[in-house]
Design a protein around this ligand. Structure first.
Ligand code: PMP
Length: 453
């Protein structure tokens, strides 16, 4: 054992030093960041080297659906590593077949074939390729308020500001507005009006782009990174109908919302909609080993029955990841984690967050389902002006930075994006931890209130 093992401060400094020297971080100006050095994690908590424990309301990046270090999953990965650590994707192997079966049995409708990837963006890339090859059409429609990943096609499908750096490569991508009643792009007064106008706008977009040129419409079933955008009741069934009418493939991106996050195995179940392709990642292994994939309809699978699918990944369906998926899904079933997510949302998080909104004028809206919520913070409750401008950084972002600092000081780690506070704890968070998190949010929201006009 080295000296640092006995000296937490020295261990922290060594980790941070090496990080600063050799790790190139995503989405960051390398010299302007100061990442927390994490020493360990368990359940709904992680901790640093200085003895600070954080209640993780971000579930890492909304993926530790069963919490950190579930012993059944860590054991399954260890057993698989000892038994057979890797095997090429072209072979049939027990744990991969079992993962595919467990996933196919839970995805909506008849999505029975699973194409494995390593993560979400690769799932989106491959779903789009499948849709283009299946239809022989080039274009893909996606919404402005969306995030689909950071690889070349996925970042261009993404409608938020993160695509700006790649904007020269948008060939074949057409953006449209999805429904968002609180900040209606259609100036609608009610949810029903928002739904109707959003569907008409999509239909107009399809007609003016030319249905014969459109391979797919891709949607996050519930918009995640853009702020937990729960669609109005008739929207997804309406999109399904439009796609059917025009021979367009419907891709639902459930990378963030799949596997229990919204209180169902997949969010599409809330609206009884079956897509042609469904992208998943994150929760499928709770992130213990990276895994993603596409669940495929029989009609699209048939396209590649006698003609090769011209795509693949060296580590597609990696056996360690599949072992993590099998164990995660079994744990979710045995511990009723999907049901717990639904009940936590209906009984604790929803009512608790709405009570906060009543006490704090900076909370403009509370949205969510299951263990997937967002608070929209505003500078002015009447005009709904966001607490910080769209795509704010530096000084512009000071009110949200101050709010975040207050949460962390209280021992809570929320996920902040723009003017939104995402509340997405592990799906199996315990009731006392929900209460504790809400208390810390309550205090931190006073800081946000103080930044209002
Ligand atoms: N789609 C959605 C809806 C996501 O939320 C994300 C990641 N946050 C992705 C795709 C990309 O997944 P990954 O980062 O695993 O590539």
């Amino acid at each position: 054992m080295n000296a640092e093992a006995h000296d937490p401060a020295a261990a922290r400094d060594a980790v941070k030093d090496a990080d600063r020297k050799h790790v190139f971080h995503s989405w960051s100006a390398q010299e302007l960041i100061d990442p927390l050095a994490v020493a360990g994690a368990e359940g709904s908590y992680f901790w640093d080297y200085d003895g600070n424990r954080y209640l993780d309301f971000s579930s890492a990046l909304v993926y530790t659906n069963i919490g950190y270090q579930h012993p059944k999953v860590t054991a399954a990965v260890q057993e698989q590593a000892a038994r057979l650590c890797t095997v090429a994707p072209g072979f049939a192997v027990d744990v991969r077949s079992e993962a595919a079966r467990l996933i196919a049995e839970r995805t909506p409708g008849d999505l029975d074939k699973i194409f494995f990837t390593n993560a979400g963006a690769e799932a989106v890339e491959n779903a789009v390729r499948m849709a283009r090859l299946h239809t022989g059409r080039p274009k893909v429609l996606s919404t402005y308020r969306s995030y689909h990943g950071a690889t070349s096609t996925a970042i261009n499908l993404t409608g938020d500001a993160r695509r700006f750096g790649n904007d020269t490569a948008t060939a074949g991508v057409v953006h449209f507005w999805g429904p968002f009643a609180y900040r209606s792009p259609f100036y609608a007064a009610t949810e029903a009006e928002e739904c109707e106008r959003a569907l008409r706008h999509l239909e107009d977009t399809i007609v003016f782009e030319g249905p014969q040129s459109i391979a797919a419409v891709i949607l996050e079933t519930v918009g995640g990174a853009p702020g937990v955008l729960v669609p109005p009741a008739g929207y997804l069934p309406g999109v399904r109908e439009l796609c059917d009418r025009h021979g367009i493939v419907l891709i639902l991106d459930e990378v963030m919302v799949g596997f229990g996050r919204t209180g169902t195995w997949f969010a599409a179940e809330h609206w009884d909609v079956v897509p042609d392709l469904l992208c998943f990642a994150k929760g499928v292994t709770s992130g213990y080993v990276p895994l993603g994939g596409v669940a495929i309809s029989p009609a699209i699978a048939e396209t590649f029955a006698r003609r090769p699918y011209p795509g693949g990944l060296t580590y597609s369906g990696h056996v360690l990841a599949c072992a993590a998926a099998v164990a995660t899904i079994n744990v979710m079933a045995e511990e009723d984690i999907v049901g717990r997510s639904a009940r936590t949302g209906a009984e604790l998080l929803g009512p608790g967050l709405r009570a906060l909104a009543e006490r704090h004028p900076s909370v403009g809206e509370v949205r969510g389902l299951g263990t997937f919520w967002a608070l929209e913070l505003v500078r002015d409750a009447a005009t709904r002006e966001p607490l910080v401008p769209y795509n704010a950084s530096g000084a512009d972002n000071a009110p949200m930075a101050a709010f975040g600092a207050a949460c962390r000081k209280g021992g809570l780690w929320p996920l902040l994006a723009g003017n939104r506070v995402h509340v997405a704890p592990p799906c199996n968070i315990e009731a006392p931890d929900v209460a504790k998190g809400l208390e810390i949010l309550d205090e931190a929201l006073s800081v946000a209130d103080a930044h209002m006009r």
